[in-house]
Ligand binder design. Sequence first.
Ligand code: NAD
Length: 275
Amino acid sequence: TNVPRIQLNDGNTIPQLGFGVFRVDPAETDRIVADALDVGYRHLDTARIYANEQGVGRAIAASGIPREELFVTTKLWNDDQGTQSAFDAFDASLDRLGLDYVDLYLIHWPVAERGLYVPSWKALEQIRESGRARSIGVSNFLVHHLETLLAETDVVPAVDQIELHPYLQQPAVADFAARHGIAIEAWGPLGQGKYPLFELPEVAGSAAAHGVSPAQVVIRWHLQRGHIVFPKASSRAHIEQNFDVFGFELSDAEMDAITALERDGRVGSHPDEVN
Ligand code: NAD
């Protein structure tokens, strides 16, 4: 399958569909990531806090897939924000992954109360300069965090990875990002299973019409909205299904019906409340 690539504001490109490993048990990571690579995923999204970077790295090494065909993202955890601590945390992540570089390094949360995301970002700018992160970005940044970052630093983030699914589409962040060339990555794209998304008629109806599953409809909705998306799954069947989303297309009416589900329905933490 040829996954479309999105052009980032630094000239690099990213596969629009990837595989996320939040809450993938470290003991199972090797098998699950090996399955994902075998199915065809080439974009992996992990983080220091997921405690499975080593498994991701081992699965990459075992796959024999040339490094340049893979797109690997990891993230700077909140406790590691700062200048030297960000450099050290980045080195430790690279070590655990067993890689010479990552494709994308993100600040995981702004944790604005600590007042360290600006110096942390300046450290990421230097890491990018060194070539050990090809692109840099942020996660869970709201408009006010992005405004501060743009005012006080030089490099515009390549992406903002935010909670985004039909009940929470974050139009203010998405509009700001679009105006500044920041790509949107949707985390929790299936709502993390925390509301009956797959039973909603807007989703289930399209699934029946196209002969696909509700999860495939939601992933397809993200792709047609232009989001970068990396649903998480553990079973081989779901890993395969979530990658098999290029054989059908949602109509404008089907897209609009799902987009109309927006209700400011956050299922994860609010970025201003994570300290
Ligand atoms: P998700 O919305 O991808 O939901 C995953 C859940 O959906 C799992 O419980 C899985 O069993 C179920 N599922 C997956 N495929 C299915 C299918 N085909 N049919 C039925 N059920 C299916 O939630 P997520 O894992 O939280 O988000 C995806 C990725 O986003 C994560 O793995 C991680 O990489 C990233 N993420 C980032 C942050 C952040 O703060 N930056 C936070 C959470 C997640």
